[in-house]
Design a protein around this ligand. Structure first.
Ligand code: SDX
Length: 431
């Protein structure tokens, strides 16, 4: 129970209304204003949710001032260096790191669900070959609801678990199918003796006419990119999944809603937008012109890959991403990549410019991911698909946490109404 309160003094009689304040394990306390509308007849107003906690959660914690990101208490830097993506999936879903037996059992279960129903393949034929892969992924993931009637009873923990396993297992297969369809090559079946990231790269790049050779360094780099993107507390797409889930919609429909929200260039679409921007800048001597545009209040141009709602310091993922980017470029002997040079120079100049420093605009996870993914041979229009693939475990873990909360209620925000007051209908003859 709360032993602290916050008080609102409101109305002509200066009525004092007290609200409970709850402590957090880490980060900000919260004022519970659930009873505000009833006790004072007023709403809070917080478009963009700058100061609003929409839920309680035990999964991920971000300290924006210190540049800290913890998955179930473990720092992202340690997980990126010591763990692998399937182990992080287990951690996010179950709350603890697996022991050897648990990890092997989890990997085996995921491997049993990597194939998609053969009928799913015919969905792809309805799309044009030049459809954006995010549009295809959105449609196909939503359609999974039509195939898995045995795991749609969201009140049943086993059904929720099977749906989570299916989504984590099938996202790489669906993502690779989106790519293969767009280039007119045959779909490649998953090969379950390969690791998660390696299996995905093989489904993306192998062809039936030749043997496929894995590259352990590139597979490890991609696995690390998946870890960095796995979860990020109540970001826009996760909040979308939670809101859709609060209505009782099935998990596949909720994840499709998350994919739709992630697509925006202000969110998960920033990695594709960032690479487009770096390619447009092309050489370091063009940087000042783009910095000037980013600072111009009359120009809608923003530096893609810079800034964050929560991080007012370096995004810790961006630091790991920069290192990974360098490793991949070294391994592929393209360390003098002009794009990487432009990115390093842009980061240096921006971080010395008062406009960015005063607004605490630092590179975020998307700043280096695009260069790395492109170096791995992944086309730009697949970058957000990769982000969605990795974020699925975060979305489904947050969805499961919400659905298993016995006090769950449908999310239904109110508004500040500024429209016309009541008026009578005007017949056409009098308009
Ligand atoms: C992700 O929420 C998450 O956790 C998301 C994510 C996740 O893992 O789920 O971390 C993934 O979405 C990362 C962010 C990717 N987006 C981009 O890189 C797009 C570029 N960034 C901006 O669009 C922006 O920084 C946002 C959307 C990320 C944050 O927007 P906010 O918090 O609403 O900040 P704001 O728009 O109010 O900006 C504050 C000021 C403004 O200037 P002033 O009005 O004070 O003069 O900073 C300026 C903005 O104009 N600003 C920028 C800028 N970002 C903010 N100016 C130039 N370039 C930028 N990138």
């Amino acid at each position: 129970m709360a032993d602290k309160t916050a008080q609102i003094i409101y109305g002509p009689e200066n009525k004092a209304i007290n609200f409970p304040v709850y402590d957090a394990t880490l980060g900000s306390e919260v004022v519970d204003i659930t009873g505000l509308a009833k006790s004072a007849g007023i709403f809070t107003y917080d478009p963009g949710f700058m100061s609003t906690a929409a839920c309680e959660s035990k999964i991920t914690y971000i300290d924006g001032e210190k540049g800290v990101l913890l998955y179930r208490g473990y720092p992202i830097q340690q997980l990126a260096a010591e763990s692998d993506f399937l182990e992080v999936c287990y951690l996010l879903l179950q709350g603890e790191l697996p022991n050897i037996a648990q990890k092997e059992q989890f990997a085996k279960i995921i491997n049993n669900h990597t194939m998609v129903h053969e009928q799913i393949r015919s969905f792809f034929n309805g799309f044009r070959r030049d459809a954006h892969p995010m549009a295809i992924m959105l449609g196909v993931v939503g359609a999974l609801s039509a195939f898995y009637h045995d795991s749609l009873d969201i009140k049943n923990p086993e059904h929720r678990e099977v749906a989570a396993f299916r989504l984590i297992a099938k996202m790489p297969t669906i993502a690779a199918m989106c790519y293969k369809y767009s280039i007119g090559q045959p779909f490649v079946f998953p090969q379950n003796n390969l690791g998660y990231a390696d299996n995905f790269l093989r489904m993306m790049f192998s062809v039936p006419t030749e043997d496929y050779e894995s590259n352990a360094v590139l597979a490890k780099a991609l696995d690390r990119i998946f870890i960095l993107h796995a979860d990020h507390e109540q970001n826009a797409s996760t909040s979308t999944v939670r809101l859709a889930g609060s209505t009782g919609a099935n998990p596949f429909a909720c994840i499709a809603a998350g994919i739709a929200a992630l697509w925006g260039p202000a969110h998960g679409g920033a990695n594709e937008a960032c690479l487009n921007m770096l390619e447009e800048i092309a050489t370091p001597d063009n940087i000042p012109r783009y910095i000037a545009r980013a600072k111009d209040p009359d120009d809608s141009f923003r530096l893609m890959g810079f800034g964050h709602r929560v991080y007012k310091n370096f995004d810790p993922r961006a630091m790991v991403m920069r290192e990974t980017c360098h490793e991949v470029l070294e391994n592929l002997k393209i360390h003098d990549s002009p794009l990487f040079r432009v990115a390093l120079e842009l980061e240096k100049i921006a971080l010395e410019d008062d406009y960015f420093v005063s607004r605490k605009l630092y590179p975020n996870v998307d700043f280096y991911s695009g260069i790395t993914l492109r170096a791995l041979g992944i086309p730009k229009n697949m970058f957000t698909v990769i982000f969605a693939l990795a974020r699925t475990v975060g979305w489904i873990s947050q969805w499961n946490e919400m659905i298993s909360d016995p006090n769950r209620r449908i999310g239904r925000p109110r508004q500040l109404y500024l429209g016309p007051t009541r008026r009578d209908f005007v017949p056409m003859a009098k308009r």
